[in-house]
Design a protein around this ligand. Structure first.
Ligand code: AMP
Ligand code: GLY
Length: 426
């Protein structure tokens, strides 16, 4: 089957790399793409925001399946549009993508389906949000309802900070995303990511991971899209994974199906492992970036087959996905200045040398200018390897990182520290 992949980050490079390995993939196209994706796919010169242009391209090139990498087009309804044109799509419709597009939608769904999550109040004006504060202890979490590029969550350590965040959100500081605000109980515990794939009926687990969202070592400094990740996350034991499936994932999928808005695609649950068990922090309607890179490193099944079966509603007819039991770890090399204003144009070289010994380097924000590879975004490269455990994978990755010439870039040197410490028995 011919497949079209939408996206341009490290997540999409990992998906392209894996899709290209599947015997079910005949020809792979992508847009907007990047120089790494170009190694695996033919890039289509179309504007992906022009949904009509995507349909026309697919029709002209006998594409049957479209895989949507990022959340924005899903929340915008691209899957509905493509399905109406008789294309298969990996990714949820607009109604189901509200799981990521509206925090209030997800909290209300959790309340209806009795899914463990932080206590909350959904508010549509500042007065109600300020009044709701009286029902919560400090710290308290203030969230803009809509998509805010990962910046819409404020952990308020004082009541004043909470009041400021509420006034800022309703004052337009987060644009449309702040038209509603969720006030939420602060949960404590270790955070972990759980993935599942569903066609709306059948749902299968699709791996665990932990990422590092802060820019600085020791998980300090501003939030980023993610500076590195590893999979599996052994803190999420088999028993806990079963609880996540039974108490969180399955009730979500069943409730959406029963309400006439079935969810199809990958469901990415951000969880807090609290003393009383796993609780849902948030849902994403797509793979994590860079979590996807470590999942793809470990996936032993054919990705295209899984995605085609999901899009057709036939997930029940194929074997459950199989993952390499070893650990995969990825380190993000970012451009100086990230997450503020990353420096563009910094030269990158020696990737081929660094990729020896099973290391894989996924491209995120790169470009080719005058035949040189240069930085073209905040997160630039994802240096990724497998090892018998996180410690070994981490050592392989940093040995490769040290070979990459990227003078205007940086990375964290402690990705995987929690797991490495556990493996050392600390
Ligand atoms: P997001 O920007 O939506 O990915 O979420 C930001 C981060 O805020 C999460 O990864 C958690 O670390 C934190 N967070 C969100 N909700 C809560 C909560 N109820 N309790 C504690 N931490 C939270
Ligand atoms: N790395 C976190 C995310 O993709 O949401």
């Amino acid at each position: 089957m011919n497949i079209f992949l939408i996206g341009s980050g490290g997540r999409e490079h990992a998906l392209a790399w894996k899709l290209a390995q599947s015997p079910n993939t005949h020809k792979l196209y992508a847009a907007p793409g990047n120089p790494g994706i170009l190694q695996e796919a033919e890039l289509a010169d179309i504007d992906i925001n022009d949904h009509g242009a995507v349909v026309r391209f697919c029709q002209m090139n006998q594409v049957e399946l479209v895989v949507v990498g990022p959340e924005a087009p899903l929340v915008d309804g691209i899957a509905d549009y493509l399905r109406a044109a008789d294309l298969l799509v990996f990714g949820p419709d607009k109604a189901a993508a509200q799981l990521e597009g509206s925090k209030g939608f997800t909290k209300d769904l959790c309340a209806r389906a009795n899914i463990p999550t932080a206590k909350y109040a959904r508010t549509s004006n500042a007065a109600d949000a300020l009044a709701a504060l009286d029902d919560f202890a400090i710290p308290v979490v203030i969230k803009a309802d809509g998509l805010a590029a990962g910046k819409g969550v404020i952990i308020a350590e004082t009541r004043e900070q909470a009041v400021d965040a509420i006034n800022d959100m309703f004052g337009g500081g987060f644009g449309e995303a702040g038209a509603e605000v969720v006030v939420e109980e602060f949960l404590t515990g270790e955070e972990v990511s759980f993935f599942a794939i569903t066609d709306g009926q059948t749902v299968v687990p699709f791996g665990t991971a932990q990422d590092h969202k802060r820019v600085g070592e020791g998980d300090t400094g501003p939030n980023t899209g993610g500076m590195g990740a590893y999979s599996p996350a052994p803190v999420l034991t088999e028993e806990l994974q079963q609880r996540v499936m039974d108490e969180i994932i399955k009730p979500t999928v069943e409730t959406l199906a029963a309400e006439g808005t079935p969810y199809s695609g990958v469901l990415f649950a951000g969880l807090m492992l609290t003393e009383s068990g796993p609780q849902l922090i948030e849902y994403n309607a797509r793979f994590g970036d860079p979590e996807c890179q470590v999942l793809m490193m470990r996936l032993d099944s054919h990705l295209a087959r899984i995605m085609i079966a999901t899009a057709r509603g036939e997930l029940n007819d194929i074997p459950e996905p199989v993952f390499d039991p070893r650990s995969a770890l990825t380190v993000v090399m970012a451009a100086n200045g990230y997450p503020g204003s990353p420096e563009k144009g910094g030269k990158i070289s020696n990737l081929r040398e660094a990729e020896k010994d099973g290391v894989k380097i996924f491209h995120a924000g790169t470009a080719v200018v005058e035949r040189s590879l240069v930085a073209n975004g905040g997160r630039v490269l994802n240096v990724t390897a497998l090892g018998k455990n996180a410690t070994e994978a981490q050592a392989k990755v940093y040995a490769a990182v040290d070979k990459v010439d990227f003078d205007s870039g940086f990375c964290r040197r402690d990705i995987g520290w929690r797991e490495v410490a556990r493996e050392a028995g600390d």
